[in-house]
Design a protein around this ligand. Structure first.
Ligand code: 13P
Ligand code: SF4
Length: 298
């Protein structure tokens, strides 16, 4: 099946972009595995005619926003992100009516329609840099309250917080982390900024998913507790076979990130099924916000 996918990709002049949380067998045949920022940058720069996106819907939409003349395929149509659905364009407009004018900084984990109303996008890898790049002294961050609180604690700007969250990261508690720390007292605890503030307070480092892979590679430590979706354990171990990684909680599995199978990828490439296309009236304004973030990160 893996060989079939690689030959279909070649035949179709397609590139396969894979998020770090995807199942191992999908990561193993990717052209690029990465975090949301790396995947967005690659989607903006590729010459391929077709992008097969193995991740969730907002990631395929972001690729379509950045490359509107390419075909973007999401091999499973139901792979969504509950956090992205926690802000709608209507609710955002209502909120903006009640606030003084200020930039809207939108986490890429959001719909294209929300991005279209935004000043700039951010990912977990660059949220602080994005907020600090703006002239304004106050910003509204949507939809992740945990990322917004984390950013607020690292900037002088006033951050207005939208009350959304990732159901996978938000369930991690201090008690979960303390239990694992008791078993591995010398381990470094790395946490994702989608975790709650009291959990981040226990973290030795806070990183995006690829940030964790890089840090573990460069660190002299041998043992790590990982405060993010459990799929990241696979690329962490692959990049650092001599080191040990333990999940902060075995419950941190994102069902949406596990929906795509090798079968789905074959079907999608054979039948050109699962195209994600952002309509032009949304793509144009959304591109401004996404491109502004990409330009800042290049
Ligand atoms: P990053 O890979 O950008 O850290 O994102 C985490 C995430 O939750 C994606 O859905
Ligand atoms: Fe969305 Fe959380 Fe799953 Fe990422 S891990 S896709 S933020 S629900």
């Amino acid at each position: 099946m893996k060989e079939k996918i690689r030959s279909l990709l070649k035949k179709r002049k397609a590139i396969m972009l894979v998020h770090n949380y995807q199942p191992p067998e999908i990561q193993d045949i990717a052209d690029l595995c990465g975090d949301s920022l790396e995947l967005s940058i690659r989607a903006a720069q590729t010459n391929a005619e077709i992008i097969v996106f193995c991740g969730v819907h907002f990631m395929a939409e972001t690729a379509s926003i950045l490359s509107p003349y390419k075909t973007v395929l999401l091999p499973h149509k139901d792979a969504g992100c509950p956090m992205a659905d926690m802000v709608t364009p209507e609710a955002l407009k209502d909120k903006l009516d009640k606030l003084p004018p200020m930039p809207v900084v939108t986490y890429v984990n959001s719909t294209a329609a929300v991005k279209a109303l935004s000043t700039i996008c951010c990912t977990s890898a660059n949220a602080i840099e994005v907020v600090n790049s703006l002239d304004a002294q106050e910003v509204l961050m949507v939809p992740d309250r945990n990322l917004a609180w984390y950013t607020a604690s690292h900037t002088r700007k006033k951050v207005h917080v939208w009350n959304g969250y990732c159901p996978v990261h938000d369930l991690l508690t201090q008690e979960d982390v303390k239990k694992v720390k008791q078993i591995y007292p010398d381990a470094v605890f790395m946490a994702h900024p989608e975790c709650r503030p009291e959990v981040l307070a226990l973290a030795d480092n806070v990183f995006s998913t690829s940030g964790m892979i890089r840090f573990a590679r460069e660190s002299k430590n041998r043992t790590f507790i990982v405060g993010t979706e459990v799929g990241l354990l696979y690329p962490l171990k692959k990049a650092n076979p001599e080191k040990d990684f333990y999940p902060a909680s075995g419950d941190m599995e994102c069902p949406d990130m596990k929906k795509i199978t090798l079968h789905d990828i074959v079907r999608s490439l054979e039948l050109m099924e699962g195209e994600v296309k952002v309509p032009e009236e949304i793509q144009r304004p959304a591109l401004k916000a996404v491109q502004r973030m990409v330009d800042l990160s290049l």
